[in-house]
Design a protein around this ligand. Structure first.
Ligand code: HEM
Length: 205
């Protein structure tokens, strides 16, 4: 069962997001927004856009390593649920009650994974991309043929739009949880503590 079972008692406030997770999140958000603004509207010499990209790449690699080798609730195994659980959660999404999920919920988990993958594509294609004015080419740009460069530049530009849409959806869902489901997910990402379910349901059911 994945519905909130806490009918009477208020759910316990427990530490969920540790300091590395919180620092990672807000640093990543600031770098992605700054990097995007600089890429779209910044000066033709894209040095600082590149610096943001290197920093984002480093954060994403560290987060991937933590996802693979880390412990719950930060490792992928603990928040990438199977189709059955994800679908069951999706069907309960519009119920007007908080989920009190002890970590990323099944839909949120997949969106986090998608964001990390899209960010990895964004940074790696940027390394080889060509600037349209040839003022600021990616640092590994000379390693690939001109056809490949065009291809990777195209992917870098299209992926940026997809990334923007997914991040928009991410923020929209946070607001949806706050307004519709009356669950504040931002507070826990700031303080680390979250109200979580007290009963141990079988999460893979
Ligand atoms: C460029 C902007 C952003 C990016 C790339 C981004 C990315 C991410 C990622 C990767 C995670 C998972 C963290 C982890 O497991 O280590 C996450 C979680 C989260 N983000 Fe963002 N984020 C962005 C902006 C925001 C903003 C503006 C807010 C607040 C309105 C926000 C609120 C949250 C919350 C509350 C969670 C935890 C969700 C949960 O409880 O499952 N994010 N975000």
């Amino acid at each position: 069962m994945i519905d909130n079972p806490t009918a009477g008692e208020p759910p316990a406030l427990k530490p969920v997001w540790d300091i590395p997770t919180r620092v990672f999140h807000w640093l990543l958000a600031a770098l992605v927004i700054t990097g995007w603004l600089l890429g779209e509207f910044g000066p033709p010499v894209k040095t600082w856009h590149f610096y943001c990209g290197y920093a984002i790449g480093t954060l994403v690699v560290l987060r991937m390593l933590r996802g693979i080798f880390g412990a719950p609730p930060n490792n992928f195994v603990s928040f990438l649920y199977g189709p059955k659980t994800t679908l069951k959660y999706a069907l309960s999404l519009f119920s007007r009650k908080p989920s009190h999920w002890p970590g990323h919920n099944p839909m949120g988990g997949w969106s986090v994974f998608a964001m990390l993958l899209l960010l990895a594509v964004q940074v790696s294609t940027g390394l080889f991309a060509s600037d349209k004015d040839y003022i600021s080419d990616g640092p590994l740009n000379k390693w690939v043929s001109s056809d490949m460069r065009l291809e990777l530049t195209y992917i870098h530009n299209v992926n940026a739009k997809i990334l923007l849409a997914v991040i928009g959806l991410h923020v929209f869902m946070i607001l949806f949880y706050l307004i519709w489901k009356r669950e504040n997910l931002v507070g826990p990402m700031l303080t680390g503590k979250k109200q979580v379910r007290t009963t141990t349901d079988n999460e893979t059911s």
